[in-house]
Design a protein around this ligand. Structure first.
Ligand code: SF4
Ligand code: SF4
Length: 159
């Protein structure tokens, strides 16, 4: 039976017509091409985009760095005595992420014990393309704290 079907497929070009039928159906559907960068897709709420960091909330436990499977989070801190309370406090010196190797797996966010999280990946920023990977894909604490806007690409946005 299957040999007969294969023979008929070859003679009558059934596969070809099946393919053409799919093409024909899509020909009259609404087109979904997005004219980037004038138009942009809005990612889903669960999209893992660029990182954000709340350095105030961060307790400098370094769990995020330890849970990162490829060790691209670099955290340095020192202890200082708060002159108002007299208590010793941890102060962040460095919180860098080497984004160029990041898998956006979200394990760092998962490991963070603060509530809400001090590091998270839900800013919907997916426009991280760059001509200079060392300058633009290695982000510092200051950049992580202030990363809110998308890059300006269109003439109107740049103007
Ligand atoms: S998202 Fe994954 S790979 Fe990227 S910094 Fe966090 S733990 Fe590391
Ligand atoms: S896991 Fe959270 S609280 Fe701990 S160092 Fe990382 S960002 Fe800070």
């Amino acid at each position: 039976m299957s040999a007969l079907k294969r023979f008929l497929d070859k003679i009558l070009l059934l596969d070809l017509f099946a393919g053409l039928a799919i093409t024909g159906r899509h020909l009259f559907r609404r087109k979904v091409t997005i004219q980037y960068p004038e138009e942009r897709l809005e990612p889903a709420d669960r999209f893992r985009g660029m990182f954000r960091l709340d350095a105030e909330r961060c307790i400098k436990c370094t769990l995020c760095a330890r849970d990162c499977p490829i060790d691209i989070i670099y955290i340095d801190w020192h202890q200082e005595t708060n002159p108002e309370t007299g208590k010793k406090e941890k102060v962040l010196d460095r919180f860098d992420i080497d984004i160029q190797r990041c898998m956006f797996c979200g394990l760092c966010e998962e490991a963070c014990p603060t509530e809400p999280k001090s590091i998270w990946l839900t800013t919907k920023t997916y426009e991280l393309a760059s001509y200079d990977r060392w300058r633009n894909l290695y982000v510092t604490m200051e950049q992580l704290e202030s990363w809110r806007v998308r890059p300006k690409y269109t003439d109107e946005e740049v103007a």
